[in-house]
Design a protein around this ligand. Structure first.
Ligand SMILES: *Cc1c(COP(=O)(O)O)cnc(C)c1O
Length: 348
């Protein structure tokens, strides 16, 4: 840290992304990416758009926003395109910073980092003993709320009716529902945005549509909320979604059926993987995501992670008290999961 860095960041612990190692070829199951490459149409659209990058990109993302609005069944002014849904979350934490933000103890690590970097108060609410969100903990709590559904790290989904009750019971606060993993078995809240003026839903093409490295996400909500986010977006970086990404993402929406079929395949491979883990004595939380959170009684989670890594299989491990006995495993292709299970058997 230099001596010029703001004192207010003295204690800031930045987000630590999952490893992207270049040292050897791993079976990479640590950052919840898709194992599939983007479709041909997406690659062609990106290549074509590359020819126009001497010009600034369209800050309104007109073509993409129109298609995204159709995809989500909302109006064009109910969507803001962002540089990965992380950016949508950042804009929302920034926009509604007068109030405390509540979120679970085990969830996406960025919520805490955003609160800390923006100087917001946070209220951290433990998941119950089954690693579930208990809606009663969020009823009528009088602060902003952010919930990942399905939840990050656990993969567990909360019924939409529970989320709706939470939204309804906190009418004077913002509720953000982070749906990064919604396409793998959850029930989206997007169709509630007309009913609740305090709801923001975020989605991403990083997980279900093979565009993690292109950085594209969406905030979805009523027009007034989207106007708030746009005011801040135009106060920071109006050109947040580059031309290549805009065109690639628009093409991905044209190929939506292909991506949804891939999601169904991932869900099948997930069931296969969970069965394999059952046979090895693991207990896996019920996942509605493209990853699973699993543990084996009497085995050290850190050691399993390290032993797998040594054998070329990379999973994610979190060193906090309630998570250290678990490993988080992205669902890759069937072949990758066969290697994972076989390697795990060797490790045990
Ligand atoms: C991956 C992830 C995101 C971020 O997605 P990007 O669109 O790649 O920024 C947001 N929330 C959760 C819970 C995630 O797992």
């Amino acid at each position: 840290m230099s001596r010029f860095f703001s004192r207010s960041f003295d204690q800031l612990e930045a987000y630590v992304p999952g490893e992207q190692p270049r040292d050897m070829k791993y079976v990479k199951l640590n950052t919840n990416e898709s194992p599939f490459p983007p479709t041909e149409k997406v690659k062609e659209a990106a290549a074509q758009a590359a020819g126009n990058v001497n010009r600034y990109n369209d800050p309104e993302c007109t073509v993409l926003r129109q298609k995204a609005a159709e995809l989500y069944g909302v109006g064009v002014n109910n969507v803001v395109c962002v540089n990965g849904s992380d950016e949508a979350l950042y804009l929302a934490f920034w926009a509604y910073r007068d109030e405390t933000f509540a979120f679970p103890d085990i969830t996406y690590g960025f919520y805490k980092v955003f609160c800390d970097s923006l100087g917001l108060e946070k209220k951290i609410i433990p998941l119950n003993e089954n690693y579930e969100i208990d809606k009663n903990d969020y009823m009528n709590i009088g602060c902003n709320i952010v919930i990942a559904n399905p939840n990050a790290q656990t993969g567990v989904a909360l019924p939409k009716s529970d989320i709706e009750e939470i939204i309804r019971s906190n009418p004077d606060n913002i509720v953000i529902v982070d749906e990064a993993y919604i396409d793998f078995g959850g029930d989206s809240c997007v169709d509630l945005i007309d009913k609740y003026e305090n709801l923001i839903v975020t989605q991403t093409f990083s997980k279900s549509r093979c565009l993690a490295g292109a950085r594209i996400g969406f905030a979805i909500g009523c027009e007034a909320l989207m106007a708030d986010l746009n005011t801040l977006r135009y106060s920071m970086n109006p050109y947040n979604v580059n031309t290549i990404t805009q065109m690639a993402a628009a093409a991905a929406i044209d190929d939506n059926d292909i991506y949804m079929a891939q999601c169904r395949e991932i869900m099948e491979v997930r069931e296969y993987t969970v069965e394999g883990l059952d046979e090895l004595g693991f207990k896996t939380l019920p996942s509605s995501s493209n990853f699973i959170f699993t543990t084996c009684e009497g085995k050290d989670g850190t050691k399993i992670y390290l032993d797998l890594k040594e054998r070329g299989v990379l999973v994610r491990h979190f060193d906090s008290p309630r998570m250290k006995e678990y490993i988080r495993v992205t669902i890759g292709s069937r072949e990758q999961m066969e290697v994972f299970l076989e390697t795990l058997k060797g490790v045990l």
